[in-house]
Write a protein that binds this ligand. Structure first.
Ligand SMILES: NC(=O)c1ccc[n+]([C@@H]2O[C@H](COP(=O)([O-])OP(=O)(O)OC[C@H]3O[C@@H](n4cnc5c(N)ncnc54)[C@H](OP(=O)(O)O)[C@@H]3O)[C@@H](O)[C@H]2O)c1
Length: 337
């Protein structure tokens, strides 16, 4: 896609620009040579006034304020739910289109929740130049629906069961720093006061509800059906593992129609955004970090059934799980301009 052919340069803001996701958004925008008229990097008071320089452009971080957002065309927003709830209504009503990476607007029927490979048509009512909020889904949800969508279309889905293996970068800068520091100390032989994230696998991400589901599990269950456009029976266990970057998912599906393993592989091979591993070389979280695709491996049938299959799905939570999905959404709007 040739973005530089767009006539009007874009006035872009990145809210949460100093964070793990914000930094990846910035890197992608620069690598893909978006035609930028202006670039504002916005963060909290902690970074306000600090200089930044990227690809010949320079400036200072701005603290989030009405002034910092004024006059933008597009805001890539990734500074946590409360920050989005505070600023995005004002930003959108001032005519800025915001693509929000937090959970703040994912259940709002007025805000499309989009994974471009699956439901890009939801963007039909959105225009660059008109204010609005588009929600970027949860990281673990994105990689799952990219894979479920083509299988649902072809065979229907009766049931899906998922266990996630989620990396520490999914919990933000502070959690990743604590994990990295703890890992360094453990490798140096220290045993005292090491964080649980270094030593263990943690089977709960976010608060539990009355039914016993964690916050992360609830997000995956609600968001997946909304993006796929139909209620699917989905059971999820979300687990944090001592990995720096990349989320893995062990997935069991039951299709409605009978299918052969060869048919399932054919569908996955030709589906957008998927890189299918068919040999011995299986995708791992560290091994695929930095890559934009959703990697699928270990695809196999459950013996005695023509409806049950198992797969392993991996992607970089900071890229397809966050920044890359947001950038893809924005680029699909540029193409229509
Ligand atoms: N990490 C992932 O894999 C991932 C995936 C999908 C979605 N998300 C969501 O994306 C958001 C950001 O995640 P992250 O991992 O990038 O977090 P992070 O590394 O902790 O970064 C948070 C960013 O938000 C800024 N911020 C915090 N409070 C602010 C305030 N009051 N006003 C303005 N800016 C403020 C921070 O600025 P300062 O540095 O100046 O404080 C920083 O730039 C979260 O909502 C998260 O749930 C994350």
């Amino acid at each position: 896609m040739n973005l530089s052919s767009r006539a009007e340069p874009i006035k872009l803001g990145i809210l949460g620009a100093s964070g793990l996701v914000g930094q990846q958004m910035l890197r992608l925008v620069m690598q893909r040579r978006w035609p930028l008229g202006e670039l504002r990097l916005i963060a909290s008071a902690k970074h306000a006034g600090q200089p930044w320089e990227v690809e010949g452009q320079r400036g200072v971080y701005l603290e989030a304020s009405g002034q910092a957002f004024r006059g933008l065309d597009l805001l890539l927003s990734s500074a946590g739910g409360p920050v989005s709830l505070k600023w995005l209504p004002e930003v959108a009503s001032a005519g800025v289109l915001a693509i929000d990476n937090t959970s703040a607007y994912r259940e709002d029927p007025g805000c499309p929740l989009v994974v471009p490979e699956v439901n890009a048509h939801e963007l039909d009512s959105m225009e660059l130049g008109q204010g609005g909020i588009i929600a970027n889904p949860n990281c673990s949800t994105i990689q799952l629906v990219v894979v479920l969508a083509p299988l649902l279309r072809e065979f229907g889905l009766a049931q899906v069961v998922v266990s996630t293996y989620q990396s520490l970068s999914g919990a933000g800068t502070d959690a990743l720093a604590a994990f990295e520091d703890g890992t360094r100390r453990a490798m140096a032989g220290e045993t005292r006061d090491l964080p649980a994230s270094v030593l263990d696998v943690l089977p709960q991400i976010g608060a539990l509800d009355e039914a016993g589901h964690s916050e992360e599990e609830r997000k995956m269950m609600t968001e997946s059906s909304r993006i796929l456009g139909t209620e699917i029976s989905l059971d999820v266990t979300c687990v944090r593992v001592p990995v720096r970057r990349g989320h893995g998912e062990s997935v069991w599906i039951e299709t409605r129609e009978e299918a052969s393993l060869a048919q399932v592989l054919d569908i996955l091979r030709s589906a957008p955004g998927i890189c299918l591993a068919e040999g011995e070389d299986q995708p791992t979280q560290a091994g695929t970090a930095g890559d934009l695709d959703v990697h699928v491996g270990r695809v196999r049938g459950v013996s005695g059934s023509r409806k049950r299959f198992q797969l392993w799905i991996v992607t970089d939570n900071l890229l397809k799980g966050a920044a890359w999905n947001a950038v893809q959404i924005a680029e699909s709007l540029f193409v229509r301009v």
